[in-house]
Design a binder for this molecule. Structure first.
Ligand code: PLP
Length: 395
């Protein structure tokens, strides 16, 4: 018997904010120092963040940008993807993945996900390939690496471009290689809830310094290289417009946060690992479907802990569960309602949820529980009690 929502009371006095960032003194001091330096736009801190991020993922070049959305759009444009091209991607992602394909002028095509890993299914990718397919945009969902051997085989067989949406996958590795380094471009997010956060921000990595340089140019109006230095200590420098670019650069204020967040990335991962293990133990006997184990030879970034709420097993629907958690002052998320459920894509691209049944089912049942390194022991226990109460289990 589940507990009726109207009889539930808060398990804590204030709302536990979902995805709260862990901001510490080091990054606060760095932001203040940057403000005092009077160079707050793109400058030396951003160059440092780029170098340190490139080193972290093991590539030569990284380019900091304003968001993962702009990273994806610029990567697609720099790859030469455009009008008349089809790009295969996953329906279980944030709309940004698909919108970036549309902004590049191409047509997104969906392949369904594997129901257990929730990552794009290589067999479904194969089934969607046509002579117009130019690229794949894959998402390492929740931080779990996609089936890279199979995907790389498809890429080689059909001569496709590969862009990795690593918004969830800052720490992810597959067979020892860092996510974002398998394809032509890897695109990362530093949005407020992400594993490294700069409030808003993104990074493009590439194994090719030439392609990375093109991203840098495209991200700042198409201005010639290092145009950000034009007001520097060396005096005014002229620049050339080399193409009609965009305005997607990262600022030194954001990079000041990123530099210190990146230094603590492993420590934060370990804190989330403790939370993950606590949830696995606490929820093992409940009728929820828990995420597949992330603890194998590949490194999972532990970005999202998602449970599936099946009304037949749990006695309440996903949306009722969301309400039950909110009433108890626990913030929860949904990652994601499958893209074909959105009116825009149904109307403009003719998508239907039935085209991707696994993603549709997950999208109707999934709930993300808090998994931030900022959670205290008591916060985690509050989540455990609230989940058990929502399902009518004795707390
Ligand atoms: C899978 C995925 N791709 C792309 C994005 C877009 O990231 P950003 O907010 O940095 O543009 C997100 C953000 O939540 C995401 O989860």
């Amino acid at each position: 018997m589940t507990t009726p929502t109207q009889t539930l009371t808060p398990v804590r006095s204030s709302m536990l904010v979902f995805g709260q960032p862990d901001i510490q003194t080091d990054e606060i001091d760095e932001v203040v120092a940057t403000l005092r330096s009077r160079w707050i736009g793109t400058g030396p801190k951003t160059a440092q963040f780029e170098r340190e991020f490139a080193e972290y993922v093991g590539v030569e070049s990284a380019v900091a940008v304003s968001s993962c959305t702009s990273a994806l759009m610029l990567a697609l444009i720099a790859s030469g993807v455009g009008s008349g091209d089809e790009v295969i991607t996953t329906p279980l992602t944030f709309c940004a993945t698909t919108n970036a394909i549309l902004h590049a002028g191409a047509v997104p095509v969906l392949a369904d996900v594997d129901p257990r890993t929730m990552n794009i299914d290589p067999a479904s990718i194969e089934a969607q390939i046509t002579e117009k397919t130019k690229a794949l945009v894959i998402v390492h969902f929740a931080g779990r690496a996609c089936a890279m051997d199979e995907i790389l085989a498809i890429v080689r067989r059909h001569d496709l471009l590969l862009i990795e949406d690593c918004a969830h996958a800052i720490e992810t590795t597959y067979k020892g290689q860092h996510a974002g380094t398998f394809g032509d471009f890897g695109c990362f997010s530093f949005y407020a809830t992400k594993n490294v956060c700069t409030a808003e921000g993104g990074m493009v990595v590439s194994r090719s310094p030439e392609l990375a340089a093109r991203i840098k140019t495209l991200a700042l109006h198409g201005l010639s290289r290092d145009a950000w230095k034009r007001f520097g200590d060396d005096g005014y420098e002229h620049y050339q417009v080399t193409e009609a670019g965009f305005k997607c650069n990262m600022t030194d204020l954001q990079s000041s946060l990123g530099i210190h967040q990146l230094r603590r990335v492993d420590e934060a991962w370990q804190l989330r690992e403790d939370v993950w293990r606590r949830y696995d133990t606490a929820f093992g006997e409940l009728p929820l479907e828990l995420p597949a184990s992330p603890f194998g030879s590949d490194r999972h970034a532990l970005h999202l802990y998602t449970v599936l709420v099946d009304k037949d097993r749990c006695g309440l629907s996903r949306d009722e569960f969301l309400r039950a958690m909110t009433v108890q002052n626990i913030g929860v998320g949904v990652h994601y309602v499958s893209l074909p459920e959105h009116e825009f894509y149904r109307q403009h691209l003719g998508w239907s949820p039935d085209d991707c049944p696994h993603a549709a089912r997950i999208g109707r049942q999934t709930v993300s529980l808090p998994l931030s390194p900022a959670l205290t022991y008591d916060d985690v226990e509050d989540v455990v009690v609230a989940v058990r109460r929502a399902l009518g289990a004795a707390s």
